[in-house]
Design a protein around this ligand. Structure first.
Ligand SMILES: Cc1cc2nc3c(=O)[nH]c(=O)nc-3n(C[C@H](O)[C@H](O)[C@H](O)COP(=O)(O)OP(=O)(O)OC[C@H]3O[C@@H](n4cnc5c(N)ncnc54)[C@H](O)[C@@H]3O)c2cc1C
Length: 453
């Protein structure tokens, strides 16, 4: 395939590809299919392999990562995490005040909830964990072998939750990661798990900022850190976008908008909603990417633990004597104590009925915190779209939907581009069909497409 055939203009066929989607389960199976569709549309691209996420509409996630909106205290996460009557224990990234919205936060929260349960429980008790993501798996690993009768329930037919690696060597020489996969300096907990399993990682650095007119001068993070520092001196919290405006910056200016888009794509929150007092973490210039099967982490932590998949919990009834879990299949099962690790989005949607209702402090925290959106698209090409050592691409200006790309070619030698969308744009992105996602990718990549020779 030549570079020219990567960009199919109007009148050419849209590629038919099998999508890798987060919903409906089961896990995606992206398969290359290079036969042209008879339905021509506008510009699009023809990757060898394609995978995309849809976390916003996934009923067992309903979003990607929690964030703290302006005006809400980070202590809401402690309120969410507080055990109820010594029977219910809460974990999950949203309960971790130090690293919410991350894989590290999820792992740590699971261990923390397990320790709380250990302090309250007696030998031989029946314990359930709801959710087999990183938080549930970490809780299970801590409780396993401590003398309890332990069962983990997950609504999906796989473990890992918002970590989902598409392992399919033919389409993806490097597994496509549809959920979390990037690490920063504070992610020692995840690194430890990766090292134990010998899962490959690599470093992504050097950024390229481009508009359709050519290279653009990067916008430094300093503009964000300065605005946040000023806002943190105020008597009341304000949204990050307002903090920027107050500091004399214009969030709509194309360069700053591209920086904010990358912040949304890593945190799930938009600047007009995110807190300045508890702001999203600004992505570091150099990021560690997981290049192996991240799903193995949860699977390993759950080794030897009884795990019941395809078992959505719909009701949690608790009293002094214990906890009854209603499974959507109609069963009702009794336990002494339960660790609940479902995402904030599920708690906000009343996807699980609690009887009696959770205490005001917990309900208040669930209502106050916000679920953010991050969606991703993975594309593999036969040839590079652009030969460059830059691994992080920012799309400046125009109306591109996907403004942040990771180029895995310098790191892996594979022509894989990963697009990330965050915030409200990601919620819209999740609704797009595959052809529209490919068209959006083509439009977004326009500044990076080398002119055909
Ligand atoms: C696209 C995307 C990109 C991300 N990027 C990064 C990143 O680069 N770095 C990073 O650190 N983090 C990232 N994250 C966030 C990270 O993936 C999550 O914070 C973390 O995986 C959450 O783990 P958890 O165990 O708290 O929740 P989950 O993984 O969501 O686990 C909860 C489990 O509960 C199950 N469940 C839900 N409802 C029910 C029910 N009713 N009954 C039974 N089970 C139920 C779910 O199926 C799920 O398995 C990203 C997330 C997404 C979606």
């Amino acid at each position: 395939m030549t570079r020219r055939t990567l960009l199919i203009g109007a009148g050419a066929g849209v590629l038919g590809v099998l999508l890798a989607s987060c919903t409906p389960e089961p896990a995606p199976s992206p398969t290359p299919d290079r036969s042209p569709s008879p339905r021509p549309t506008g510009s699009t691209i023809a990757p060898l392999a394609f995978a995309r996420s849809r976390w916003a509409s996934d009923p067992f996630a309903l979003g990607s990562a929690s964030f703290t909106p302006a005006g809400v205290q980070a202590s809401a996460r402690d309120a969410l995490a507080a055990p109820v009557d010594g029977r219910l224990f809460f974990a999950g990234e949203a309960t971790d005040a130090d690293a919410p919205g991350t894989m590290s936060g999820a792992l740590r929260s699971g261990t923390r909830a397990a320790e709380e349960l250990l302090a309250a429980a007696e030998y031989g008790e029946r314990i359930a964990i709801v959710g087999a993501g990183l938080a549930g798996a970490a809780a299970a690993a801590r409780l396993s072998g401590t003398g309890f009768e332990l069962t983990v329930f997950d609504a999906r037919d796989r473990v890992g939750g918002r970590v989902q690696s598409v392992v399919d060597e033919e389409s993806w020489p490097v597994p496509a990661q549809l959920g979390g996969w990037l690490l920063g300096a504070q992610d020692a907990d995840v690194s430890e798990q990766l090292n134990a399993l010998d899962i490959r990682t690599g470093s992504l650095s050097a950024s390229l900022w481009k508009s359709t007119k050519g290279d653009v001068e990067p916008v430094a993070d300093q503009v964000l850190t300065d605005a946040i520092a000023s806002a943190q001196a105020l008597p009341a919290d304000i949204p990050l976008a307002q903090a920027l405006t107050d500091a004399g910056a214009d969030p709509a200016e194309p360069g700053l908008a591209a920086l904010l888009a990358s912040l949304s794509a890593s945190s799930g929150s938009d600047a007009d909603q995110a807190s300045s007092w508890f702001p999203p973490v600004i992505p570091p210039a150099e990021r560690t990417a997981v290049l192996g099967d991240l799903g193995a982490v949860a699977a390993h932590l759950l080794d030897d633990v009884k795990t019941s998949l395809s078992s959505p919990v719909s009701r949690v009834a608790y009293d002094d004597a214990g906890v009854s879990l209603g499974i959507a299949t109609g069963e009702s099962l009794s336990f002494d104590r339960v660790v609940i690790t479902v995402p904030l989005g599920v708690l906000q949607s009343d996807g699980i009925e609690f009887s009696p209702k959770l205490p005001f402090a917990q309900r208040g925290a669930i209502a106050d915190l916000s679920m953010g959106f991050i969606e991703t698209v993975w594309l593999r090409f036969e040839e590079p779209l652009l030969v460059t050592d830059a691994a992080i691409w920012h799309v400046v200006g125009g109306d591109a939907t996907i403004r942040t790309w990771f180029n895995l070619a310098p790191l892996t030698g594979e022509n894989i581009l990963v697009g990330l969308v965050g915030g409200a744009d990601a919620a819209d992105f999740a609704d797009l069909d595959d052809d529209a996602v490919l068209a959006a990718a083509a439009a977004s990549l326009a500044p990076f497409l080398a002119p055909a020779s």
